[in-house]
Ligand binder design. Structure first.
Ligand SMILES: [Zn+2]
Length: 269
């Protein structure tokens, strides 16, 4: 079994990229594995949310048996939970299967290291202007009160993007972990070439057909809602609505170092 870890800040395109990669033979995306395994299994088994495979969590052919096993055997240690999920994945899908994990944060990276599982890591960054536009929109919709209102400010999201990515990339640079870094925009505007580079790095056969996502295989319980919208899974459509938003102008002017960082890390291969 191979593991592909797709790491990024939230809203950085990891769902789309995981769908593309899961269209390759033997690959299956399990979404944010860490965020599912750290919770009590009952949280997932008892809720009415369905898996992206269109079954309820209880009847999903991956998460159903895995979460029930963790619940019945009262496995509390996150390392052991991960170990069981990986073991079930191999038994159920075969030795050649490839697991795609899009967990947020970096705790799962430490777990893979602790349980001695080899993985290939892809670090994805989305253009700061697009990130800040969508994140501030989401925060404004949530009608936050008091200090949390700040999340609706584009300049705040610029800083969050900068310090968040910088911290993660620094941590990766300071370890021996090999990783492939890619800008989401760079991927969207050069789909064939970037996919080819990715397949090379991941050691999987290249096929431009993956970009149609028609053969995507996934069991995603949480994350981007596009996982349920089959019509959106036909081709990568880049949401460029941030281009016409003028609220980016001031943060771009006051944070030139963020714009320079953005240019270097999102658009340079
Ligand atoms: Zn499922």
């Amino acid at each position: 079994m191979k593991v592909i870890v797709l790491n990024s800040l939230s809203h950085s395109g990891s769902t789309v990229l995981s769908m593309v990669l899961s269209a390759s033979q033997n690959a299956i995306s399990l979404g944010e594995v860490y965020q599912i395994l750290r919770d009590e299994p009952s949280k997932w088994l008892d809720n009415n949310e369905s898996c992206s495979c269109s079954q309820s969590t209880e009847h999903c052919d991956f998460w159903g048996p895995v979460l029930r096993h963790i619940q019945t055997h009262q496995i509390h240690d996150i390392n052991e939970r991960y170990q069981y999920a990986l073991q079930y994945f191999t038994t159920h899908y075969g030795d050649d299967s490839i697991l795609i994990d899009t967990s947020k944060g970096d705790k799962h990276i430490d777990i893979y290291r602790r349980i001695k599982v080899d993985y290939k890591l892809i670090y994805l960054l989305r253009d700061v202007r697009s990130f800040a536009f969508s994140q501030s929109k989401v925060a404004a919709r949530q009608k936050r009160k008091g200090l949390k209102k700040i999340k609706g400010q584009v300049w705040f999201q610029f800083l969050k993007w900068y310090f968040g990515n910088k911290k993660r990339l620094k941590k990766l640079e300071n370890t021996t972990i090999k990783y492939f870094q890619m800008g989401y925009e760079d991927f969207c505007f050069n789909q064939n070439n970037r996919l080819n580079d990715l397949c090379d790095y991941l050691d999987i056969p290249f096929d431009p057909e993956y970009l149609s996502m028609s053969n995507a295989k996934h069991h995603v319980l949480m994350g981007n809602p596009m996982r349920h919208q089959k019509d959106k899974q036909s081709a990568i459509k880049y949401d460029s609505s941030w281009l016409s938003d003028t609220r980016n102008a001031v943060p771009c002017a006051i944070f030139p170092f963020i714009i320079a960082y953005n240019k270097k890390h999102v658009y340079q291969k």
